[in-house]
Design a protein around this ligand. Structure first.
Ligand SMILES: NC(=O)c1ccc[n+]([C@@H]2O[C@H](COP(=O)([O-])OP(=O)(O)OC[C@H]3O[C@@H](n4cnc5c(N)ncnc54)[C@H](OP(=O)(O)O)[C@@H]3O)[C@@H](O)[C@H]2O)c1
Length: 248
């Protein structure tokens, strides 16, 4: 049993949170607007006899990751972080502003560094064992074939993948840091069904990445003492098919 901080609980994060509670963990949910999802996890935790604390934060603001992490630690030491918080905004190339770049960077990558620096304080360097696990959610397309109109998102997810490797070194030998890079899991609300079906047709395994697979990988990465600094693609083979161009 561990006390795990979970960010980004609107959709996939909420399902992961239920799995974590059923595995016997306590949670600290960091939400921005989805208090209802946090409350639902708290209710699920109450039924299971698990504790769920809620912390509100806008992680796009520099310093908010640190503040939220300090608040999370007030309820007890933290042994794990699952970081899914991420904007996913379409911004046409030519119209990208500094604010778009900063918002994506801090919510996705900068806040991760801030949070892990705080959680490092719960690590006892005198004990030669892994005491902290972080799992972050990247994106399959970043390292192979980013698609148009999402440059701030891809830049930030690229920084997140780089941060995983750098933080894995910083946290060793007491902490491990890994990423899951999903392919298509859950249709973005602004993407028409027909476009989503096209994405799935381009995915060799012809289906969405299952939430059960993501939860199982999260469980493994929250307990491993062998894997660190890895970005693990879970994309149904999507990278094998390329991303397509705007004219598709
Ligand atoms: N859906 C997919 O098929 C897919 C594919 C590849 C990768 N992923 C990755 O998987 C993760 C979860 O995806 P999803 O589809 O479940 O995401 P989602 O429904 O779009 O939810 C995004 C979450 O990020 C949080 N968030 C965004 N900006 C924030 C900020 N400034 N401060 C704090 N929290 C912020 C939101 O919090 P609030 O709701 O509280 O505002 C929300 O819970 C993301 O990292 C995403 O990039 C998803």
């Amino acid at each position: 049993m561990a006390r795990i901080v979970l960010t980004g609980v609107r959709r996939i994060g909420r399902v992961i949170g239920v799995h974590l509670l059923r595995e016997g963990h306590d949670l600290v949910v960091i939400y921005r607007t989805s208090r209802d999802a946090g409350e639902a996890l708290r209710e699920e935790g109450r039924v299971l006899g698990r504790r769920v604390d809620l912390v509100q934060a806008d992680l796009a603001q520099p310093g908010e990751g640190e503040r939220a992490a300090v608040e999370a630690r007030q309820g007890g030491p933290v042994q794990g972080l699952v970081h899914l918080a991420s904007p996913y905004r379409r911004v046409r190339f030519g119209e990208v502003k500094g604010r778009d770049l900063l918002d994506h960077f801090y919510a996705i990558a900068g806040s991760l560094v801030e949070m892990i620096q705080v959680f490092r304080e719960d690590v006892n360097p005198g004990e030669a064992r892994v005491q902290f696990h972080a799992v972050v959610f990247g994106d399959w397309a970043v390292d192979t074939s980013p698609y148009p109109d999402y440059l701030p998102y891809f830049l930030a997810k690229g920084a997140l993948h780089a941060a995983v490797r750098a933080l894995a070194k910083e946290m060793a030998p007491w902490g491990v840091v890994n990423a899951i890079a999903p392919g298509p899991v859950w249709r973005p609300s602004d993407l028409p069904e027909s476009a989503w079906e096209k994405v799935l047709r381009m995915t060799p395994l012809r289906r969405e990445v299952s939430l059960e697979d993501l939860a199982a990988m999260t469980r493994l990465l929250l307990s491993t003492t062998a894997i660190t600094g890895e970005v693990i693609r879970m994309d149904g083979g999507r990278h094998l098919a390329g991303s397509g161009l705007r004219s598709d």
